[in-house]
Design a binder for this molecule. Structure first.
Ligand code: MLT
Length: 325
């Protein structure tokens, strides 16, 4: 009798509150998180740390697939048209907001092609140079760049990428356009900076801190309002006279449009667990960043952030009139 009542209650519940197919037992297999930049770079580093912790919580493998190119829009496009079943996700950053205006022929409608899981972290940036670059400080770098503007090269990860935005802020602050060299991510760009093939890069601390601490690249400034504990000797852009070059790179986790709310809620819970994970917090701290607050690791917080950031960057980009296509 009791089993009959339980079965009846379950049947009634399903009728009254239909749970999307597969949501009840999600996840049942490996989840892929697309990183829209090359392996070994800052977004890849952040994603692999979070994926490992989420994998523990969800009881299924969470693997990373790197789909670099076009400032992150190729990877985002891949997820926009993926099956909305919770098994293909996207971890992207501020580039999600800037590309919505920079690319007039995007293969997806940024505000209507994704469901939201939550914010992950917000990473400061650093202005760095190859080890043997002549200038010892930012003042010297600015003079050097102005004197050699046709030959000084600035690496970035494509139009709309964080390194592109920061590079643009730097060049407009010194009123000197320099030669930009695009890569599929700042992972491969760092390899060329270490090898002396490019001169300057503005990149996230998650990719530069270890190199700066190891003395393999030169650090000129951090783009955060305050100095960073992990880089105490590196001045802020404000300290060295470029207060307009302030930027930090927020990152969010997304799913394809139509992914059931039960699944994005489950993923949001798992993201919150991952951001409380000791290893994630320790590694983030070593790399000059920290996990987003629990309250921000939610669909609503990410949705609001993306909408606000698209609105913030749109007039700036339109005023510059520089589009990717
Ligand atoms: C990367 O992971 O390569 C970066 O996030 C690229 C960028 O936006 O600069």
């Amino acid at each position: 009798m009791r089993r009959f009542v339980a079965a009846l209650a379950a049947a009634v519940a399903v009728t009254l509150y239909p749970v999307a197919a597969g949501a009840q037992t999600y996840p049942e297999r490996t989840i892929t998180v697309v990183v829209p930049f090359a392996a070994g770079g800052p977004t890849d580093t952040v994603t692999r740390l979070v994926a490992e912790a989420m994998s523990k919580d969800l009881g299924q493998q969470v693997i990373v697939e790197n789909v670099g190119g076009a400032g992150g829009t190729l990877g985002a496009g891949r997820v926009a048209k993926a099956e909305p079943d919770g098994y293909t996700l996207l971890l992207h950053h501020i580039g999600m907001a800037t590309s919505a205006t920079l690319y007039r022929k995007l293969a997806y409608d940024t505000l209507n092609a994704f469901e939201y899981v939550g914010l992950v972290t917000e990473v400061p940036m650093t202005i760095v140079g190859r080890k043997d670059l002549e200038p010892a400080d930012l003042k010297g770098l600015v003079e050097y760049a102005k004197a050699n503007k046709d030959s000084v090269t600035v690496a970035n990860a494509g139009i709309g990428a964080a390194s592109h935005l920061c590079g643009m802020l730097f060049m407009s602050a010194i009123k000197t356009p320099l030669v930009t060299v695009p890569y599929k991510g700042t992972g491969p760009a760092m390899t060329d900076l270490l090898g002396g093939q490019v001169d300057i890069m503005c990149d996230q601390t998650t990719n530069t801190t270890k190199q700066i601490q190891g003395g393999t690249i030169k650090a000129y400034a951090v783009t955060s309002p305050e100095r960073l504990d992990v880089l105490p000797d590196v001045p802020t852009t404000t300290e060295v006279g470029l207060p307009d070059v302030q930027i930090s790179i927020w990152h969010g986790l997304y799913a394809p449009k139509g992914t059931p709310a039960e699944i994005t809620e489950r993923l949001s819970k798992s993201l919150q667990v991952a951001l409380k994970d000791e290893n994630v917090a320790a590694r983030f701290a070593e790399l000059g960043t920290r996990p987003s607050p629990q309250a921000d690791a939610t669909p609503a917080a990410l949705k609001a952030k993306l909408e606000n950031e698209i609105a913030r960057w749109k007039p700036i980009i339109e005023a510059a009139g520089q589009y990717a296509d």
